[in-house]
Design a protein around this ligand. Structure first.
Ligand SMILES: NC(=O)c1ccc[n+]([C@@H]2O[C@H](COP(=O)([O-])OP(=O)(O)OC[C@H]3O[C@@H](n4cnc5c(N)ncnc54)[C@H](OP(=O)(O)O)[C@@H]3O)[C@@H](O)[C@H]2O)c1
Ligand SMILES: [Zn+2]
Length: 339
């Protein structure tokens, strides 16, 4: 049987291992993808640390996958061998359960699949994904450009296009990492008064280049007070995991403002009185489906939003992951296979 390279964790909290395994065969309603590029997301930590109950090991992570359809399983419609495609975090849905019929595809009761967690992802030469999880790629984006848009891109684009703010209203983006640097660009292109909040003055110039109207350095300034001076945020998009950073920004919400939680802190203490008196809300945001990914790719191509990437070959996945986790990546780390 033909072999391929894959990067796996053999058990929760164990080291990455580069292994040679059989190329997987597509089952009915799935497609096999020859992987060209795969982004390294902070959420790959869920696979490595085994944080999702029931994760089976060994497991190959990777949910920012771009490649070429290489083989079709039985009954697949809408894709053919040779199509350029991508797969994100949302790993597919049945299309007929109550949640799917309500449009809550992410909460599908039958598949509940997460790429790189409930099945093997894109840190490999090939992967197999349910056809419902696969997005078509437009012409004009390279695999390295498109890969980060499959999670960091779709999550921020989709949150922003559904956030309820109107053009000209103040939208703040907390954090300037993989998700944050894309959120700033999307928010600016959507016509929001975009405020970037990150640690360190050195990030200000870049935030402005990405389209931010104002930059707040959370090390030397109080983000809540600074946002309040600007009239308060209609929306805060939070991409950080540090609870204190979220708490320090929350008070900058304006009347009827909403904090969107994209990065997941372990916990968050809020003042309910503040929420009630300001008619404010806090909302979790889940990335998006394959059609949301297609919309993200199209919008990015149209508007010139691009991920800034550092690329590593697949064999250096461990190094690439550590670099992303260190917070030093500027801004997305992408693995390339050479396929
Ligand atoms: N909701 C979803 O569907 C979804 C999808 C994808 C990812 N996520 C989650 O989103 C989060 C971000 O992912 P990512 O890939 O963008 O990670 P990342 O590239 O590591 O970026 C996180 C950024 O947060 C910043 N940060 C950390 N602590 C901070 C603080 N105290 N104040 C201000 N900024 C701070 C870091 O900035 P510095 O440069 O200052 O260190 C870093 O750049 C992760 O929790 C991930 O699991 C959620
Ligand atoms: Zn992700």
């Amino acid at each position: 049987m033909a072999k391929m390279r894959a990067v796996q964790v053999k058990a929760a909290k164990s080291d990455w291992q580069l292994v040679e395994i059989d190329i997987p065969e597509p089952k009915p309603r799935t497609v096999r993808i020859k992987v060209q590029a795969c982004g390294v997301c902070h959420s790959d930590m869920f696979t490595k640390e085994g944080l999702f109950p029931g994760t089976q090991f060994p497991r190959t992570p990777g949910h920012e996958v771009v490649g070429i359809v290489d083989k079709l399983g039985e009954g697949v419609q809408g894709f053919k061998v040779g199509d350029k495609v991508g797969v994100g975090w949302h790993g597919g849905n049945c299309g007929y359960c109550d949640n799917c019929r309500r449009g809550y595809f992410f909460a599908c009761q039958n598949e509940s699949a997460i790429t790189g967690i409930t099945y093997d992802g894109g840190y490999a030469d090939y992967m197999v994904a349910p056809a419902s999880a696969v997005a078509h790629l437009p012409e004009g984006l390279s695999p390295e450009e498109a890969a980060p848009l499959m999670c960091a891109g779709v999550t921020t684009f989709n949150a922003l296009r559904n956030c309820g703010a109107r053009a000209g209203e103040l939208v703040a983006v907390l954090g300037l990492g993989g998700l944050g640097h894309l959120a700033v660009q999307y928010a600016a292109k959507m016509g929001f008064k975009t405020v970037s909040i990150a640690r360190g003055k050195d990030k200000g110039e870049l935030a402005k280049k990405l389209g931010a109207w104002k930059f707040i350095d959370s090390r030397s300034e109080d983000p809540a007070a600074e946002l309040a001076k600007l009239g308060g945020a209609k929306v805060i998009i939070s991409t950080v995991t540090a609870e204190d950073a979220v708490a320090a920004t929350l008070g900058g919400l304006g009347t009827a403002g909403t904090l969107f939680i994209l990065g997941v802190p372990q916990s968050l203490t809020v003042n309910p009185g503040m929420l009630v008196s300001g008619s404010q809300s806090i909302k979790g945001w889940y990335s998006g489906t394959s059609i949301d990914s297609q919309d993200t790719l199209d919008f990015s191509l149209l508007s010139g939003v691009r991920s800034m990437n550092e690329t590593y070959p697949l064999e250096k996945a461990a190094e690439a992951y550590d670099h992303m986790m260190s917070g030093k990546a500027r801004f997305r780390v992408v693995l390339t296979t050479g396929n």
